[in-house]
Design a protein around this ligand. Structure first.
Ligand SMILES: [Ca+2]
Ligand SMILES: [Ca+2]
Ligand SMILES: [Ca+2]
Ligand SMILES: [Ca+2]
Length: 119
Protein backbone atom coordinates (compact mmCIF):
# COMPACT_ATOMS: atom_id res chain seq x y z
CA UNK A 1 0.00 0.00 0.00
CA UNK A 2 2.86 2.35 -0.75
CA UNK A 3 1.27 3.95 -3.72
CA UNK A 4 -1.81 5.62 -2.13
CA UNK A 5 0.39 7.14 0.56
CA UNK A 6 2.67 8.63 -2.05
CA UNK A 7 -0.33 10.05 -3.83
CA UNK A 8 -1.47 11.78 -0.66
CA UNK A 9 1.98 13.26 -0.14
CA UNK A 10 2.09 14.40 -3.72
CA UNK A 11 -1.34 16.01 -3.47
CA UNK A 12 -0.32 17.80 -0.30
CA UNK A 13 2.91 19.01 -1.84
CA UNK A 14 1.22 20.34 -4.93
CA UNK A 15 -1.35 22.07 -2.75
CA UNK A 16 1.41 23.71 -0.73
CA UNK A 17 3.27 24.70 -3.88
CA UNK A 18 0.10 26.19 -5.30
CA UNK A 19 -0.38 28.29 -2.21
CA UNK A 20 3.21 29.45 -1.93
CA UNK A 21 4.02 29.98 -5.59
CA UNK A 22 0.95 31.48 -7.15
CA UNK A 23 3.29 33.04 -9.70
CA UNK A 24 1.64 36.36 -10.51
CA UNK A 25 5.06 37.75 -11.43
CA UNK A 26 5.83 34.81 -13.68
CA UNK A 27 2.51 35.27 -15.43
CA UNK A 28 2.52 39.04 -15.74
CA UNK A 29 6.20 39.95 -16.10
CA UNK A 30 6.16 40.92 -19.77
CA UNK A 31 9.70 42.36 -19.89
CA UNK A 32 11.09 39.47 -17.79
CA UNK A 33 12.95 41.66 -15.30
CA UNK A 34 11.67 39.58 -12.37
CA UNK A 35 9.05 41.95 -11.02
CA UNK A 36 5.87 43.74 -11.97
CA UNK A 37 5.76 47.44 -12.67
CA UNK A 38 2.48 49.37 -12.55
CA UNK A 39 1.61 48.60 -16.16
CA UNK A 40 2.25 44.90 -15.75
CA UNK A 41 0.28 44.78 -12.49
CA UNK A 42 -2.80 46.04 -14.35
CA UNK A 43 -3.37 42.43 -15.45
CA UNK A 44 -4.17 41.66 -11.79
CA UNK A 45 -6.88 43.97 -10.41
CA UNK A 46 -6.15 42.99 -6.81
CA UNK A 47 -2.46 43.85 -7.21
CA UNK A 48 -3.09 46.96 -9.24
CA UNK A 49 -5.51 48.30 -6.64
CA UNK A 50 -3.09 47.81 -3.74
CA UNK A 51 0.12 48.47 -5.65
CA UNK A 52 1.57 51.09 -3.27
CA UNK A 53 0.66 48.94 -0.28
CA UNK A 54 2.23 45.82 -1.74
CA UNK A 55 5.43 47.66 -2.74
CA UNK A 56 6.87 47.56 0.77
CA UNK A 57 10.39 48.63 -0.25
CA UNK A 58 8.95 51.48 -2.35
CA UNK A 59 11.08 50.83 -5.42
CA UNK A 60 8.09 51.28 -7.71
CA UNK A 61 7.79 47.61 -8.65
CA UNK A 62 6.36 44.59 -6.89
CA UNK A 63 8.14 41.27 -6.77
CA UNK A 64 6.70 37.88 -5.86
CA UNK A 65 7.96 38.17 -2.27
CA UNK A 66 6.02 41.42 -1.83
CA UNK A 67 2.90 39.85 -3.35
CA UNK A 68 3.15 36.76 -1.12
CA UNK A 69 3.70 39.00 1.91
CA UNK A 70 0.63 41.00 0.96
CA UNK A 71 -1.46 37.81 0.98
CA UNK A 72 -0.31 37.20 4.55
CA UNK A 73 -1.11 40.79 5.47
CA UNK A 74 -4.68 40.28 4.24
CA UNK A 75 -5.12 38.09 7.31
CA UNK A 76 -4.91 41.27 9.41
CA UNK A 77 -8.41 40.94 10.84
CA UNK A 78 -8.25 43.81 13.33
CA UNK A 79 -6.79 46.11 10.64
CA UNK A 80 -3.95 47.44 12.77
CA UNK A 81 -1.51 47.07 9.89
CA UNK A 82 0.35 44.13 11.38
CA UNK A 83 -0.38 40.43 11.75
CA UNK A 84 -0.04 38.62 15.04
CA UNK A 85 0.24 34.88 15.55
CA UNK A 86 -3.51 34.31 15.52
CA UNK A 87 -3.89 36.15 12.22
CA UNK A 88 -1.29 34.11 10.34
CA UNK A 89 -2.60 31.00 8.57
CA UNK A 90 0.60 30.33 6.60
CA UNK A 91 2.42 27.48 8.35
CA UNK A 92 5.91 28.52 7.24
CA UNK A 93 5.47 32.11 8.37
CA UNK A 94 3.88 31.02 11.64
CA UNK A 95 6.82 28.73 12.31
CA UNK A 96 9.37 31.45 11.56
CA UNK A 97 7.39 34.07 13.48
CA UNK A 98 9.88 34.78 16.25
CA UNK A 99 12.75 35.00 13.78
CA UNK A 100 10.80 37.30 11.47
CA UNK A 101 9.68 39.63 14.25
CA UNK A 102 12.93 41.60 14.12
CA UNK A 103 11.71 44.46 16.32
CA UNK A 104 10.25 41.95 18.83
CA UNK A 105 6.92 43.74 19.21
CA UNK A 106 4.97 40.47 18.95
CA UNK A 107 3.48 41.24 15.54
CA UNK A 108 4.75 41.19 11.96
CA UNK A 109 4.49 44.19 9.66
CA UNK A 110 4.61 43.90 5.85
CA UNK A 111 8.40 44.30 5.78
CA UNK A 112 8.96 41.59 8.34
CA UNK A 113 6.65 39.22 6.45
CA UNK A 114 8.35 40.06 3.13
CA UNK A 115 11.68 39.02 4.64
CA UNK A 116 10.31 35.48 4.82
CA UNK A 117 9.71 35.31 1.09
CA UNK A 118 12.81 37.18 -0.07
CA UNK A 119 15.77 35.00 -0.81
CA1 LIG B 1 8.55 43.48 -15.33
CA1 LIG C 1 9.11 46.65 -4.39
CA1 LIG D 1 -3.57 42.70 13.21
CA1 LIG E 1 7.45 43.17 14.52
Amino acid sequence: MKFPKLLVIFATLSLLAGAAVAGEVKKGDKDKDGHLDKMEAKAFPMLSEHFELIDTDKDGTIDQAEIDAHKIMMGDKDKDGTVDKSEIKHKGVAKAFDKLDTDKDGTLDANEVAAFFKK
